[in-house]
Design a binder for this molecule. Structure first.
Ligand code: ATP
Length: 884
């Protein structure tokens, strides 16, 4: 169908969704041939001739709608005229038969051939939906006509009642003849007792039904004559989105119980627990329908509703199963049953609630109707979108479950079958808007594709046509028996085979004058058949041999496969054992993992606690650090203040010390200046004697020396230093000359027990005479000593022994004595290795030149004096030696 219109239409939105792999079911559906939903349009006649209409049927497939404003203003412009194309458009004068033939006849054919079909009428209230579907006494609708054709088709092939019995799960069971007979008897009893639910009356008892059944239908061709058939009907109503079984025996209950929709083993939706009534004639079927109608009316009276506000579904289910080889009984195997269904749906009026001006319950009803029709619309829309989007893209989820009507027919849209819709139109101008909506829906619906049904036919390998052939054979036998032919009882021919070999069996009526000729013909025909049969037999033998060979090969393969299977089973067992062992291991490991996890969580908790404690400690430490820092700052500032103070004090002291030192220096300088003055004036001042030397000399020595000093000649300008008492210096004999070639004689004057030096370097004293005491002057002069050496030893504060050798020349004095002029000091120091070597060498300016460490007992001034005197005491000699 195509709508041609000048009005702008909203383009269809295609949402891009991610690609998804096809499911098996989708792939199956893709591969199947598909048919669109067949949409027909039926225009009902106007109620009165004066009614305006904007609808025009152009031809058998096209209809146009003109908006009312154009009509009212008599505009003849075809600009805004909308055109719709349907599979077929039925004009207002179309008969019920026309509609049935075009729309429903193919569906009945589907039914007979084991395919499912759905037919629904759609339109606003009063548009003729019920009229089309059911009709009335005079104008039978689609439903009774379908029954007519169906029963007309299967009349000779119907199974006895109760051979097929509903299993209440949307399937059927096959009862044996005996069981079926028992059931029939029970029903009969109930009928006589008047307690039967469906105590069907005789056809002529109800004039309404009788008139309806008076049509002469045409049977459907192509029926499987070897099958047995049974027809079951259900009649349900969907009201306020609840499903009611109109054939249910509600007993004392006045109201019907709502039912649920379920899916059976073959993914077919069905109303759970719905009453399925087996009907053997059209009358029975219509009687059941009428009873359902009565229940419906009763229910509506109770609920104060109208029939047009509910959806009615009348299901005709055809059950068929193959007969046995004799063609007399149904094969007792429920898997051979084929069930097909024709659902005739009379939908509620599709008008919007705004137009009906409903309130209260009516509004709710209208809401439910609209909701269910809206869901139907949405489902079909999504279905169309899914079908138009390329495969591999994830389809939209279709909301079948949102309403009962769509949920119930889900398998028609999702699965396979044929779906047809009759759009009923009331052409009056008042319904224009609603008709437009209906047309839009119809337009969209026509684009939906439904997979074509392919019924599964179970081939039991039985001869086709067996039923008819056996029937004919039986009749022939009966005829022969009646004629008294004795061989008749012994004839046992599988006529089914013969019957199936060729064209129809010729008529065997022998009452015509050409009987002899016919017999001749028949004989010829049979001879041909026998010949043909022989050929077929031989052919079949060859085929049987081939087949046997194939079977043998297969058996071989089978054997091989069995051995393979056995080995695979052994491997599988091994693998299974291994996997069991592994599973056990895994279980053990899992349990140990659990234990470890527990301990881990414990440890984690401990760690958390410890880290908390640590944090606390760290906080405390930081606090303490802060405090320490504060203290440090405080003390450093104090220290700075103290050090400043000390510095200042020290500087003051330093200044005082410096001043003292400067004072001393000044005194020293003064003394030196005096000494230099004395020296310059050639007056020898009396110098302070060296205590150490003096101490070493005995009283006698001192006396001797003094004596000699007293007798000495006054000396000239030389500035000798004398080791003599300050009250006088002996005068040296100026004429005395020492023989230099004779060599020196030393007089060593030392302590009684000197500390051995123990050094490599020993004082060099050639021709030495050692004395411990100078008792007599002769000791100095008599010996002829020319050199005198005074050895003094003492220990310093660190315990080191210091040996000093005071050396001098012995010079005879004028008075016959001798004087010693000291001119050299050797200082030897023995350091103890146990004492610290870091002791500082005194930095005395006068001794540093000598490189000697002077004992504390020898003062600086005394050494200076000795040195200077020794230097001055020797003529022309000013050597300075220092050894360590
Ligand atoms: N094609 C037709 N020819 C003659 N009469 C018709 C035709 N269609 C409908 N009618 C008549 O119109 C009236 C309303 O029709 P019908 O009850 O079938 O409408 P409806 O769409 O089923 O309404 P509701 O939604 O209420 O069930 C009936 O009296 C019916 O006889």
């Amino acid at each position: 169908m195509k709508a041609v219109s000048s009005s702008v239409r909203t383009p269809m939105r295609v949402f891009k969704t991610p690609r998804a792999p096809l499911t098996d079911r989708q792939r199956e559906t893709v591969e199947k041939p598909r048919d669109p939903v067949h949409v027909y349009c039926r225009v009902r006649p106007l109620q009165s001739e004066g009614d305006l209409t904007g609808m025009r049927v152009k031809n058998s497939t096209t209809i146009t709608l003109t908006p009312p404003d154009q009509l009212l203003h008599h505009k003849q412009s075809a600009q805004r005229e909308i055109q719709y194309i349907f599979k077929h458009v039925f004009q207002s004068d179309s008969t019920q038969q026309d509609v049935f033939t075009a729309v429903a006849q193919p569906l009945v054919e589907n039914l007979v051939r084991g395919r499912n079909s759905l037919l629904f009428t759609y339109g606003v209230t009063g548009s003729g939906k019920t009229y089309t579907m059911t009709g009335n006494l005079r104008h039978r609708g689609i439903m009774p006509r379908c029954l007519d054709v169906l029963f007309c088709t299967i009349s000779d092939y119907q199974a006895k009642k109760f051979v097929f019995k509903p299993d209440r799960l949307n399937g059927f069971e096959i009862l044996s003849d005996e069981d079926a007979l028992l059931e029939r008897q029970q029903e009969m009893n109930q009928r006589f007792a008047g307690a039967g639910r469906f105590a069907f009356r005789r056809k002529d008892s109800d004039p309404e039904i009788a008139s309806q059944a008076s049509v002469d239908p045409r049977p459907v061709l192509g029926i499987d004559e070897d099958n047995m058939f049974s027809v079951f009907v259900t009649y349900i109503e969907i009201y306020n989105n609840s499903v009611y079984d109109l054939l249910e025996d509600s007993g004392i209950q006045k109201t019907l119980q709502s039912k649920i929709i379920r899916e059976d083993a073959n993914r077919q939706m069905f109303v759970h627990g719905v009453t399925e009534v087996e009907v053997k004639t059209v009358d029975e079927a219509l009687e059941v329908f009428q009873m359902g109608q009565k229940r419906k009316r009763m229910g509506h009276t109770v609920l104060n509703s109208e029939s047009s506000r509910s959806h009615s579904v009348f299901n005709i289910r055809l059950v068929q199963a193959p007969t046995d080889c004799q063609g007399e009984h149904v094969v007792q195997d429920k898997h051979t049953i084929t069930v097909s269904q024709l659902s005739l749906v009379d939908l509620a009026g599709s008008e919007r609630s705004s137009r009906t001006k409903n309130t209260g319950i009516r509004l709710r009803e209208a809401g439910n109707i609209n909701n269910s029709l809206m869901t139907l619309r949405t489902c079909l829309e999504y279905l169309r979108e899914n079908q138009q989007t390329p495969f591999g893209i994830a389809p939209k989820k279709i909301p079948y479950r949102d309403s009962k009507i769509t949920h119930m027919f889900k398998n028609y849209f999702d699965g396979e079958g044929q779906v047809s819709m009759i759009v009923c139109i009331n052409p009056r101008i008042e319904d224009h808007e609603e008709n437009m909506q209906v047309m839009k829906f119809a337009e969209m619906t026509q684009e939906v594709q439904i997979a074509r049904a392919t019924p599964m036919k179970t081939d039991l390998g039985l001869t086709p046509g067996r039923r008819k052939a056996n029937k004919m054979f039986k009749i022939a036998l009966n005829n022969l028996n009646e004629l008294g032919v004795p061989e008749a009882k012994e004839i046992d021919v599988d006529v089914g085979l013969v019957y199936s070999l060729g064209p129809d069996f010729p008529s065997y009526q022998m009452d015509s004058p050409e009987a002899a000729m016919k017999i001749q013909e028949l004989m010829q025909y049979l001879e041909q058949r026998i010949e043909k049969r022989k050929k077929l037999r031989s052919n079949m033998d060859i085929k049987c041999n081939n087949f046997r060979q194939v079977i043998m090969n297969l058996e071989k393969d089978n054997l091989q496969l069995r051995t393979e299977l056995a080995s695979l089973k052994a491997v599988y067992k091994q693998e299974r054992d291994r996997s069991t062992a592994l599973e056990n291991k895994v279980r053990i490991h899992e349990s140990s993992i659990d234990v470890l996890n527990n301990s881990l969580s414990k440890r984690e908790r401990q760690i958390e606690e410890l880290s908390q404690k640590l944090n606390e400690k760290e906080n405390m430490l930081t606090q303490k650090e802060h405090e320490k820092e504060k203290q440090k700052k405080k003390f450093s500032s104090k220290l700075a203040v103290e050090s400043d103070k000390n510095k200042r004090e020290f500087e003051v002291k330093l200044r005082e010390q410096r001043a003292k030192l400067q004072e001393r220096m000044r005194i020293k300088d003064e003394k030196l200046r005096l000494v230099s003055n004395i020296l310059q004036s050639e007056d020898l001042p009396s110098l302070p004697r060296s205590h150490s030397t003096e101490d070493m000399l005995g009283d006698k020595d001192r006396g001797a020396m003094t004596a000699r000093t007293e007798s000495s000649v006054p000396v000239t300008t030389r500035t000798d230093i004398y080791c003599t008492p300050r009250h006088g210096v002996a005068a040296a004999n100026t004429r005395h000359r020492r023989s230099r070639s004779a060599g020196d004689k030393w007089l060593e004057h030392r302590a009684a027990n000197p500390v051995p030096l123990g050094t490599i370097m020993q004082p060099y004293l050639k021709n030495r005479k050692s004395v411990t005491k100078l008792t007599d002057m002769k000791e100095l002069t008599g010996h002829g000593a020319t050199k005198y050496c005074l050895v003094a030893q003492e220990a310093d504060t660190d315990g080191d022994v210091e040996t000093k050798l005071y050396k001098g020349n012995v010079i005879p004095t004028c008075g016959g004595g001798a004087q010693v002029v000291f001119d050299d000091v050797e200082c030897l120091k023995q350091k103890s290795p146990v004492h610290s070597p870091t002791r500082k060498r005194p930095s005395n300016g006068n001794l540093s030149g000598l490189g000697a460490v002077v004992p504390s007992t020898v003062t600086v001034t005394s050494v200076q004096d000795v040195a200077s005197r020794c230097n001055l005491g020797i003529e022309g000699h000013s050597s300075k030696k220092s050894k360590m």
